[in-house]
Write a new protein. Structure first.
Length: 385
């Protein structure tokens, strides 16, 4: 049974005004509930129940009752879930306020929307394009079988709904939820990317988090755990490169350029004093989540691609699948990197870093000039020698 979701249609006059209007609206949405929007209240759908009749033998009754719960099939043999679903118009000017938890099925993903989030009619097109873009960029495929298992995102965000949707994990689960405002950040697993509504609401200005989390999914879907330095490095690299491909500002990347002066966040000397790669230390096991993982990661991954080409991602993923877990995780990660590149890869990285990263910074600044009035102003005030 498909249940239609109430849509709040707001047609804006032009694309030029669209962007400005979105920004203003986004700001007010994020702070508190907007009293100018009065929406009808919908009851949540009742969870499916097994009803047993008394006059049939137990096995028959249970079988019949389970049959009612079984997914229905449409004329094309497609499964239809009993959970609320939504159709999307593809229209960027349509703003939809989701009235109950529901899902959308795309060719390669399911999007699950939390009650109350605001989205646009073309959100699926953006996510679809991003997935293809990331595959092309990293030369990896979402089609590969998941390596490990599903994460219980249904329980975390949807009160255990959608139990029969995408059970075979053939497609990627993308969750669009309200920002809980408690400091929690977006995250990803091999089958799921968790995004806040503001990450996809204004695509003209902000898709960085969507690039980042969907890059994680792409890598995690086909590799043993890489440790956070390499995993965050791949995601941060992909995020920046996707910004360039889609000609959008890469504000997050600025944070990776400046922290060299703060050793508590990033101690560059480790790369020179310990070239066998201890900075790759697998913090997933005992170190928690630290900012410096992004700093080391994006530098190392940028170096890897410049030196060994994008094929290095596929190589590392395939080699990682041979992990036996008989050695320490950090040792395994280092071995995967060396096998995919060369034995002296960390020495090469240390030699590349001073000039390589300087060049990265210059190229970044040049790219960002089109979005950043401060950078443009600095340029125009320089007096030619
Ligand atoms: Zn990340």
């Amino acid at each position: 049974m498909k249940k239609k979701i109430l849509c709040l249609l707001m047609v804006l006059s032009t694309m030029a005004s669209l962007c400005a209007a979105c920004n203003r609206e986004k700001t007010s949405e994020n702070t508190s509930s907007d009293p100018s929007i009065n929406l009808p209240v919908f009851e949540q759908p009742a969870p499916p129940k097994i009803v047993l009749s008394d006059d049939e033998p137990e096995p028959t009754r249970r079988k019949d009752a389970l049959k009612d719960l079984a997914p229905q099939v449409d004329e094309n043999g497609m499964t239809i879930s009993q959970w609320p679903s939504i159709t999307l118009s593809g229209d960027p000017d349509e703003i939809i306020e989701i009235q109950e938890d529901c899902f959308y099925e795309g060719e390669r993903f399911f999007i699950f929307f939390q009650n109350g989030v605001k989205i646009r009619g073309d959100v699926a097109e953006h996510l679809d394009r991003i997935m293809y873009g990331l595959e092309d960029l990293l030369q990896l495929s979402y089609e590969r079988d998941p390596v490990n298992s599903d994460i219980n995102w249904r329980y975390l965000y949807f009160d255990n709904a959608f139990t029969d949707v995408n059970r075979d994990l053939a497609k990627v689960n993308i969750l669009i939820i309200k920002n809980p405002g408690d400091g929690a950040i977006e995250w990803a697993g091999e089958n799921v990317a968790v995004l806040f509504e503001e990450d996809v609401f204004d695509p003209e200005h902000d898709l960085e988090t969507a690039y980042h989390e969907l890059a994680h999914v792409l890598q995690l879907r086909q590799a043993s755990p890489f440790g956070r330095v390499l995993a965050e490095g791949i995601a941060a690299y992909a995020e920046y490169q996707m910004c360039i491909r889609e000609n959008r500002p890469a504000w997050d990347t600025a944070g990776y350029l400046t922290d060299r002066r703060n050793p508590s966040i990033y101690d560059e000397s480790l790369i020179y004093t310990d070239p066998v790669g201890t900075f790759m230390h697998d913090t997933e096991i005992d170190g928690g989540h630290n900012d410096w993982e992004y700093q080391y990661g994006i530098r190392f991954v940028t170096f890897l691609v410049e030196t060994y080409g994008v094929e290095v991602f596929d190589k590392m993923c395939r080699i990682s699948l041979e992990f036996t877990y008989e050695e320490a995780r950090t040792d395994m990660i280092i071995r995967v990197i060396k096998e995919a590149t060369s034995d002296d890869v960390f020495e090469q990285f240390a030699a590349w870093l001073p000039e390589g990263w300087e060049r990265f910074g210059e190229e970044y600044e040049e790219y960002m000039k089109q979005f950043d009035p401060m950078l443009q102003m600095r340029d125009s005030t320089q007096v030619p020698a």
